[in-house]
Design a protein around this ligand. Structure first.
Ligand SMILES: Nc1ncnc2c1ncn2[C@@H]1O[C@H](COP(=O)(O)OP(=O)(O)OP(=O)(O)O)[C@@H](O)[C@H]1O
Ligand SMILES: [Mg+2]
Length: 372
């Protein structure tokens, strides 16, 4: 038996033996000291917590084994320990022998008394509360993050209102400045900038509230596509040399969905294509109805650019929140695109090479009447 100093105990009667088993098995680290501060008992859990073997510490003084810096809490000094008159509980941190991480401990220091001799020493019982402490920390951090998210969402919401006015006035300015090319170009830059901010703020709001309800209606997917292109027009005008070719299916392509969210999908994909072609390029947008080709018909929208392409190593990460290779990117665009399309029962496929990037959006075609 490693833990009991038999000199301090009576010969092993059946009852003593039973107590010894308890002492050995209890999941609390027990260290008993005599009145001079010598370690007289050291159970297996104390060995596990401290990383020290009982045979190496039994008979040694407590302050010889545990140096002043072993515990973070100064209350664990030998003088206070030996003077303990009633149970005191303290929380402390200790670095176990041969370990690199601190343990958080709850240590109860109690006087060890004998019926005949009164106080004969002190017993320290240690519980490892590292896991509980870490969970508490995590809960606090999560709470703080939730509060920050809530605040960010509120700020984003407030920013959108004045942005709407700036956007409206810059559009009016552009209309009034038709005959003044240079001034009109400046106003277009204002409008493009505001639209970029608006997109970032909308993405942020959508990211903060991913479980929002869809405001669904039966709509022609071309409606969402054309609105997004109209919205991106000034961004396209503000960037030189980008040619947009559209080839939309002749017939209407009805789907059931949330128009505002679908506009956000196409706008993000168009913006990504524009941003991938800083020196100009071509963006081809086409729509297709696969009815008749498959049992479950899809409305497909293809966006093909001949921009910088996505590096092979980055491709698996593009839908991850905050993954971005752009200096001013937030990395939320494709996360939101993916989430919105999923909410609509669709999917998105992105392939890329050094020649450019192809995004294909699949949405289920609405099989009912156009009025829903
Ligand atoms: N058409 C594209 N061509 C080249 N790279 C692309 C294209 N679309 C996406 N990417 C890559 O995927 C990354 C993630 O895109 P995502 O739209 O999620 O974020 P972002 O555009 O960087 O920032 P933002 O949140 O402003 O949209 C981009 O940073 C870019 O590296
Ligand atoms: Mg983007």
């Amino acid at each position: 038996m490693t833990a009991l100093n038999t000199a301090a105990y009576k010969p092993l009667t059946q009852q003593n033996c039973y107590r010894a088993h308890i002492f050995e098995s209890i999941p609390t680290g027990l260290i008993a000291l005599d009145s001079d501060g010598n370690i007289v008992s050291f159970n297996p859990t104390a060995e596990k917590i401290t990383g020290l073997a009982a045979e190496d510490v039994l008979g040694q003084t407590f302050d010889g084994v545990f140096k002043a810096d072993s515990f973070q809490n100064p209350a664990l000094n030998i003088k206070d320990i030996l003077n303990t008159k009633e149970t005191t509980e303290i929380k402390t941190k200790m670095m176990p022998a041969n370990q690199r991480n601190h343990l958080h401990l709850n240590v109860a220091i109690s006087p060890l008394t004998s019926v005949s001799d009164g106080k004969i020493g002190t017993v320290l019982s240690m519980t490892d509360i590292t896991r509980v402490q870490n969970l508490e920390l995590q809960a606090k951090r999560t709470g703080r993050l939730a509060a920050m998210g809530e605040m960010a969402a509120r700020i984003a919401h407030e920013i959108r209102n004045p942005l709407g006015s700036i956007e409206l006035f810059s559009t009016m300015l552009i209309a009034d400045l038709q005959e003044f090319e240079e001034l009109k170009a400046l106003a277009e830059h204002i409008s493009a900038g505001v639209k970029s901010i608006n997109n970032i703020v909308s993405n942020l709001l959508l990211f903060m509230r991913p479980d929002q309800q869809l405001d669904e209606q039966v709509l022609d997917i071309h409606e969402a596509l054309k609105d997004s292109l109209f919205f991106a027009r000034h961004l396209l005008d503000a960037q030189d040399g980008i040619e947009v070719q559209t080839e939309l299916a002749a017939e209407t392509l009805f789907i059931k969905g949330d128009l505002e969210l679908l506009k956000q999908v196409f706008l993000n994909l168009i913006l990504n294509a524009i941003q991938a072609m800083p020196d100009g390029g071509r963006l081809q947008i086409s729509s297709h109805n696969t009815s008749g080709l498959q049992s479950a018909p899809w409305a497909e929208v293809h966006l093909v650019d001949n921009g910088c392409g996505i590096a092979k190593a980055d491709l698996p990460k593009i839908f991850d929140p905050f993954h971005t290779t752009r200096k001013k990117g937030t990395g939320l665009g494709l996360t939101i695109v993916h989430n919105i399309i999923k909410m609509h029962g669709g999917s998105i496929d992105i392939t890329s090479s050094a020649e450019g990037t192809k995004c294909v959006v699949f949405l289920p075609v609405w099989a009912g009447s156009p009025n829903g």
